[in-house]
Design a protein around this ligand. Structure first.
Ligand SMILES: [Zn+2]
Length: 157
């Protein structure tokens, strides 16, 4: 006798009926499928929205971040509990996004500070080079100037 089991994809929620010995891969996203811990006939006795809820409940339980938020899994059969858990997850994700945005802003400001510092340093180097050139010109002009005492001094050497 052919035994049939329900498999579901914890990634996209797709479900299919196969022999339990088969290794199943999701037809939609190629994710390995999970055997649903429920008899095929029990699952078939449910209507489509009930089946959806069963699959959703299993997907949520498999999610490490949500499993902690679900204290009483059976109560997830009530849609409002499910909505509550998902809303909480959305809030947490929004908080995470907010924190990531703050980090990005902070990194952005650091990069700009570095950029500004680099330009300041370049400006300082340019000014120092100008000063050195000016000093060099002054020194050269002193040497080029006819200076008798210095020439005498050189001749003696
Ligand atoms: Zn899938």
């Amino acid at each position: 006798m052919w035994e049939i089991s329900v498999f579901y994809c914890s990634n996209c929620g797709y479900y299919a009926f196969h022999q339990p010995s088969d290794v199943q891969v999701c037809q939609k996203c190629s994710n390995p499928m999970t055997l649903l811990n429920m008899h095929y006939q029990d699952f078939m006795n449910l209507n489509y929205s009930q089946r959806d809820l069963v699959i959703i409940q299993h997907m949520l339980q498999a999610s490490p971040t949500l499993s902690a938020a679900i204290a009483a899994p059976r109560r997830l059969y009530y849609k409002r509990e499910l909505v509550g858990a998902i809303t909480q997850q959305v809030l947490e994700l929004e908080q995470e996004i907010h924190e990531l945005n703050e980090t990005i802003e902070w990194m952005h400001s650091i990069i700009w500070e570095d950029f500004y510092t680099k330009h300041q340093l370049e400006e300082e180097i340019r000014q120092l080079k100008d000063t050195l050139k000016a000093k060099d010109r002054i020194i050269r002009s002193i040497h080029e100037k006819p200076n008798r005492s210095r020439q005498k001094h050189r001749r003696r050497k």
